[in-house]
Design a protein around this ligand. Structure first.
Ligand code: UDP
Length: 312
């Protein structure tokens, strides 16, 4: 297959690209490198896979037949999308439309990476796909949440009106090697801070929860979705729910760090609880995560340690 991955130089996209390349497929990475990096895909470029540097909200310069299109193009870390609200809205709307058109031209399967953020600050717990969410449409996070919700609507409409073979997945918090240590997300911050002997910044009381999935599990779920004919939406995430205080304690344990905890203000509209109901993924895709949080964090610690060694 010839597989287009928009956002393929990013954390998740580059792992997905590696997995398709390892199965012998040709990968075309489209990325504007605004949050992704060439370092994540140098091994793919060396092996002859294609790279188009482009902002998909402006153009998708991919020529020729394609079999599969993934839309992973978007800033995903809250500090990143809060810094670029208009670009985030543009990539979710116009970027998604251009990629759907590309899929339509080739009769390709289209998989859209949506997000647990479509559930906002959920009032139903854990979150099944049938839950419509609780999003503040004018809050700071709305630029990401509403762009992703619009992208879901657009994807469904292209499936219905233009017969594009679409699939929607809703991705919950994911972590692993190639996370940008400076992306401001909780796992990046805690591991970086613990390794540097700095205080771990817990926002609010630290009683809010997230459910963290290791990247190889998530990639496996994305590939199973692509290979299926399911339209979704289907949640992909690890239901192992933890408070941020529990996560901080585990990071301290895994790193052997003696850092303290420093409490900081809770960001506006920060979701209180988040945990995927993965019944659909299990039944329809025979998928479930296999990597424990402790093991996954150990891999990330190794990666962050080797990254800082190479930078010194
Ligand atoms: N968080 C934290 N300390 C940090 C960064 C984030 O306590 O240094 C909290 C944040 O308030 C949220 C959770 O960790 O409750 C996850 O935040 P993240 O930015 O990773 O992603 P989100 O799930 O909010 O999109």
């Amino acid at each position: 297959m010839r597989v287009v991955i928009a956002g393929g130089a990013g954390f998740l996209g580059s792992h997905l690209a590696d997995a398709y390349a390892a199965e012998g497929h040709d990968v075309v990475i489209v990325d504007d490198l605004s949050s992704g990096s060439l370092a994540n895909i140098s091994q793919l470029l060396a092996a002859g896979h294609e790279f188009c540097e482009a902002d998909v909200s402006k153009e998708v310069p991919v020529e020729g037949h394609v079999d599969l299109v993934f839309n992973l193009a978007s800033p995903a870390s809250p500090p990143f999308y809060l810094e670029r609200p208009l670009e985030t809205l543009a990539v979710g709307s116009e970027g998604t439309r251009r990629l759907l058109e590309l899929a339509e031209q080739s009769g390709a399967r289209f998989v859209h990476a949506s997000t647990s953020e479509v559930y906002g600050d959920p009032t139903v717990h854990p979150q099944p796909e049938s839950y419509w969410g609780n999003v503040n449409p004018v809050g700071p996070r709305s630029v990401y949440d509403e762009a992703k919700r619009f992208a879901e609507a657009l994807t469904v409409a292209y499936g219905q009106q233009r017969n594009v073979r679409v699939g929607l997945v809703r991705i919950f918090n994911t972590y692993g090697p190639r996370l940008d240590p400076g992306d401001g997300r909780v796992v990046s911050n805690f591991v970086r801070q613990a390794l540097a002997g700095e205080p771990l910044t817990v926002y609010g009381t630290g009683e809010q929860t997230r459910s963290l999935c290791y990247v190889s599990d998530l990639v496996d779920g994305l590939m199973k979705m692509a290979a299926s004919t399911e339209r979704g939406p289907i949640n992909l995430g690890n239901p192992d729910e933890r408070t941020m205080l529990e996560l901080a304690a585990l990071v301290l344990e895994v790193t052997g760090s003696s850092s303290n905890i420093a409490f900081a203000p809770l960001p506006t509209d920060d979701p209180t609880r988040r945990c995927p109901d993965i019944t659909l993924a299990t039944e329809l895709l025979s998928w479930k995560p296999t990597v424990s949080l402790r093991d996954g964090l150990m891999h990330l610690v190794e990666y962050f340690s080797s990254e800082s060694l190479t930078k010194e």
